[in-house]
Design a protein around this ligand. Sequence first.
Ligand code: PLP
Length: 455
Amino acid sequence: MSSKQKRFFLSEEEIPTQWYNIQADMVNKPLPPLNPATKEPLKPEDLFPIFAEEVSRQELDQTHAWIDIPEEVRNMYKYYRSTPLVRAYGLEEALGTPAHIYFKNESVSPVGSHKLNSALAQAYYCKKEGVTNVTTETGAGQWGAALSYAAKVFGLEAAVYQVKISYNQKPYRRLIMQTYGAQVTASPSMSTKAGRKILTEDPNNQGSLGTAISEAIELAVSTPNCKYTLGSVLSHVTLHQTIIGLEAEKQMQKAGEYPDIVIGCFGGGSNFGGIAFPFMRHNILDGKTTRFVAAEPASCPKLTRGVFQYDFGDVAGYTPLLPMYTLGHNFMPANIHAGGLRYHGAGVIVSQLLKDKLMEAVDIPQLETFDAGILFAKAEGIIPAPESCHAIAAAIREANKCKETGEEKVILFNLSGHGLIDMTAYDQYLSGSLQNYVVTDEMVNENISQLEKIV
Ligand SMILES: *Cc1c(COP(=O)(O)O)cnc(C)c1O
């Protein structure tokens, strides 16, 4: 028996001072993002019109494994970090598994999810470079809430395009953003060229992260002193999220264990990469054999059923071409409650790692994710975000395998956020009206066949 201690923390001095850039240690580097006009590999300067310069450099950095966290950002991290590493004794007991289950609780951030880890960094770099306004997109509202607060911290104005279905279904997140002082618009909207095009072709379009990204980028490039920020998918976002795994590594040491399996839910890859990459480093460099499992929704299965090829990050085709696992940039996922996971593609680092079999992916039907979330809530007291329920469901699958084989594996998953503002989803589950959405091969193939072959 290991210690009965339930929660593991770090002192302020122990909070990491650097983020980890796995690109530097990867044997096969991600293929370069391409300029969509010239098809030439992107240079950091190509990104300067859209993003802060420092994050543009971080995005393409394949040489520096360790990147200093600015003191101003680390000071803000201290408002809520370290986040607890928790041994899930309650869940272990409920499952009757010999596995040791740990979770990293990112839901304790002021905005309720891991998203603030990157929002603070991005807002800080914008401020430092003389930017006055930031734009972004948001799905369920978690990224928008994080950016709205981070903008306020560093004295910036924030304009957020929120996916229309979420804007209407989840008014509380809109109100959180507005409480922090952000201007929020439902996307697609008539305020941009991209939005007008989508709405004239399909007036009932309920939006997706892709449509909202197109609108936010258009506003950023057409407004002086305004930069765009992104809460997922891109490599610099995942870089900032490695604070999760770096803390977890030290906390697991305090618990006297090392994970056999590390699990994260998967939208674009930032919380998964954030918890996984610091441990994956030891697989690459020190011969450890930890398994890494990304848990995606069955209704948006880019890792398990998408193709690896160059594609745009948004519907309108404004972003660079990224070498990614994708369902096609015009893929419209079903309106599942895990809004943060309704995205057509995966980040370039994770895509390369999956291609090279350094990690695995599972797709999970919506009902199973809520079964898992409710079991977790009863066992551990925390009501998880619908996104995080995917990680919990994947952890439960692994813990149940251990029950069959009697193996005492150590499972670590990331609890990316709480679900206290997603109770309509729980209402539907409890009243029996929640359903699974199936994506047919025809839908996947049809979408993918429309993609232009670049390489
Ligand atoms: C945004 C979000 C996700 C998905 O984004 P990733 O970049 O894949 O991490 C997962 N969980 C929560 C709570 C989120 O807000």
